[in-house]
Design a protein around this ligand. Structure first.
Ligand SMILES: *Cc1c(COP(=O)(O)O)cnc(C)c1O
Length: 385
């Protein structure tokens, strides 16, 4: 196989540290579901899932069936998979056959789940998602009674694996009134379960932000996405943690992701020459330029044109000119002994210098999650110690 233009390395030690931190926060009795939608937030499902399993994780959540299929290929037999969103009715039999749990968020889906279970001859493991105020998917209060009766009637074929909802914006303190109201409505649904004595195995509502900041949202399981990859969900949640612990600083959560390439070519450019497309950059003095073999088609944001930088020889090398589809150029005039093939760090550490994802996103207005999840799945990912 030929070499790709860049490489992503995932750090097992940092991941272990992240899970230890999350475990301490949520306690021993709460199951951690590792959210690996969007190709594990760009980290790569195939590489990330076995790494998480090494940290003791045995539950994985995806947004869709096609992601669940990738997890199924990557995970061990004892791990569970849960689809939180899109599962076409025609794929439900596949899910049931493979023991894959899935959300049902309307009465039609519940009926389809029953049909699939009967056809396969095996019970379907379903999570009832309820509408509490985010208004995307979820059973409405007025259809919930029907759903519970349906579950009770068909309990041989439908396993009530979970009762869940998702907060719309637990990251931000200014949304607290909305989170509180969503939680209150969730409790109303729980009461109905008790009243009908149809109880879910797992009650789960917390994402990273809620799990780290709001202890009363933990219940039986938490769905952890962004925090396991080493990012605080937001500054609000970070400062709430500092307040709670009385610390001035907390650096237990660590990015596990490093992105590297190497120098494709070097050239000298005379003062006054333009570099790359158009006239976006004009050399102000005689310069040494390194050409890098990737561009916006490889997930490197075009908005970093003329403003981002990379690390070469442990030093920052500023981007000069526009990010092209498959190339961009950096200034290495101030760096000694630069050679073709030298390592280039796009995100991560080199000697004493670091490029963080947040430094990208400050410029590009991309969310951490957005930038990461757009990294093409074709970039090879590798686990390192
Ligand atoms: C993405 C997602 C999560 C995880 O969110 P983080 O903030 O990344 O922890 C949890 N639950 C649902 C339903 C999600 O879609």
């Amino acid at each position: 196989m030929v070499k790709h233009s860049s490489r992503i390395f995932l750090n097992q030690t940092a991941l272990k540290g992240n899970f230890n931190f999350i475990r301490k926060k949520v306690g021993d009795n709460v199951r951690i579901s590792s959210v690996v939608k969007a190709n594990a937030y760009g980290h790569g499902i195939g590489t990330f899932v076995p790494m998480a399993e090494k940290c003791g994780i045995n539950h994985f959540a995806t947004a869709s069936a096609f992601e669940a299929e990738e997890v199924l290929d990557a995970c061990s037999q004892s791990s569970s998979i849960m689809i939180m969103g899109l599962l076409y009715n025609e794929d439900m039999k596949w899910a049931v056959k493979n023991n894959i749990e899935f959300y049902t968020f309307n009465l039609d889906k519940l009926q389809s789940a029953l049909d699939a279970a009967l056809e396969v001859g095996k019970p379907a493991k379903i999570h009832l998602e309820v509408e509490t105020g985010a208004n995307r998917t979820g059973l409405q209060a007025d259809e919930f009674g029907k759903a519970l009766s349906f579950l009770k009637k068909h309990q041989e074929h439908l396993i009530f694996e979970g009762l869940c909802t998702h907060f719309g914006g637990a990251e931000s303190l200014s949304n607290q009134f909305k989170i509180d109201s969503q939680h209150k409505r969730y409790k109303e649904f729980l009461k109905q379960c008790s009243a009908k004595s149809v109880m879910p195995k797992y009650r789960h509502i917390a994402c990273s932000a809620a799990a780290l900041a709001y202890k009363d949202t933990l219940y039986d399981m938490v769905r952890i996405g962004v925090a396991q990859y080493g990012f605080w969900p937001s500054p609000d949640i970070y400062y709430m943690h500092l307040q709670e612990t009385g610390k001035k600083k907390e650096n237990t959560l660590k990015r596990i992701f490093n992105w590297k390439t190497d120098i494709m070519d070097l050239r000298s450019v005379k003062a006054g020459e333009f570099i790359g497309y158009g006239t976006a950059y004009q050399a102000t003095h005689d310069m040494d330029i390194a050409v890098l073999p990737l561009g916006y088609s490889n997930g490197y944001p075009r908005a970093l044109s003329n403003r981002g930088h990379v690390l070469i020889g442990g030093k920052k090398a500023p981007i000069v000119g526009l990010i092209n589809m498959n190339l961009f150029m950096v200034d290495v005039s101030h760096i000694n002994d630069v050679k073709v093939g030298d390592e280039v760090v796009l995100i991560g550490r080199q000697n004493n210098n670091v490029i963080n994802i947040s430094s990208f996103t400050d410029f590009t207005q991309l969310l951490n999650n957005e930038m990461l999840s757009r990294l093409p799945s074709a970039i090879p990912r590798k686990a390192i110690k």
